[in-house]
Ligand binder design. Sequence first.
Ligand code: NDP
Length: 434
Amino acid sequence: MGESKTVHSPLITYVSMLSLLTLCPPFVILLWYTMVHADGSVSQTWDYFKQHGFQGFKNTWPKPTAIAWKIIACFAVFEAVLQLFLPGKRVEGPISPAGNRPVYKANGLAAYAVTLITYLGLWWFGIFNPAIVYDHLGEIFSALIFGSFIFCIFLYIKGHLAPSSTDSGSSGNLIIDFYWGMELYPRIGKDFDIKVFTNCRFGMMSWAVLAVTYCIKQYEEYGRVADSMLVNTTLMLVYVTKFFWWEAGYWNTMDIAHDRAGFYICWGCLVWVPSVYTSPGMYLVNHPVNLGVQLAIYIFLAGIVCIYVNYDCDRQRQEFRRTNGKSLVWGKAPSKIEAFYHTTSGEKKSSLLLTSGWWGLSRHFHYVPEILAAFFWTLPALFSHCLPYFYVVFLTILLFDRAKRDDDRCRSKYGKYWKLYCNKVPYRIIPGIY
Ligand code: NDP
């Protein structure tokens, strides 16, 4: 526990935790304000605050209104019901550090299809206009900021009083426990997995729903959807569709298998994903940039290739692990390392590390297409403003930090076997460079 202790120095850990806790909420509001009310222009927002000072900032921070709470509650309850009741295959997650194996119901793709069909159906039949969501976006983000903070306090208390499994513990420090979380697999009852809800069914689902919302808002505003918006929305939807197609694979990744349920991952998925991840689309709503058919197709194809390569990296690793190293990798038998480690209870176990295919190019090659895909769905905004590219820059920093965190974690888990992997595959992310 207290993973931050092993990765960065205590000073950097505390400074970064406290900065993120205090700066992320106002940033979400500033981003929304700039995109929706200041033409996407950072300098326009800057001038406004220069003139109006802190009071100006307070005035721009929308109050969470009843309609905002209603929209969030309807969405959250709808997704929770789908998560609990839609049928799905029983899937086992990876063995946890305490030696447990979490069990899930893989119904993400069905929930995704039902959500989008319902949302579009409500619009089509005139029952609910998604443009309302855009019109109340600031209030929704404001409500999410406060609501999710309270939810993280609930997670902290639950971790102390009623943990769902032995994969839970305190670092002895309130801020670290709140920020990094205490429980790895918190559940309500036996079946309702909280991280599947926050990360997948709320966070990732809201990304798709908001992407569609931005498109519909532009249509309502201008009577048509610009080709830039079409490329952006389609690429983001392909990415989220890929995510739900592969959701059971996501349950094997760091977010679920290593990061505990706290502010970092849960607040991030409940607030940062709907606001920051969707921000290129938010910008395009009132910037109907025209790319022309040829450029639109080139950007779209480049984005699709990146999403596919990213998917294929994840698929390759998971097929390799699922078949116990017997799957073909780029048409050949894979090269691999059998790495031994001990669980926290002292049991000796082993994992296979793939050292060929994408995983032979660099140890985290999958982050390259992930970043490029984000670049390509932002590119339709062209270069009049830099703010739409914030997500790409943020993602690059996040993934470079994540690669380091993952390397450190794997080094302490696998010891000499990880060293062997690093000798065989020396680059961390970009082959030949880093
Ligand atoms: P993964 O969890 O998929 O991969 C890292 C883990 O895989 C390691 O912790 C280790 O776990 C295992 N592993 C490492 N090397 C090997 C190897 N050579 N062979 C087999 N297993 C290995 O990484 P991420 O969770 O970071 O990424 C998953 C996906 O999510 C990616 O597509 C990524 O781009 C995306 N992503 C997107 C983000 C976003 O905000 N848009 C943020 C983060 C990720 P073990 O202990 O099991 O050995």
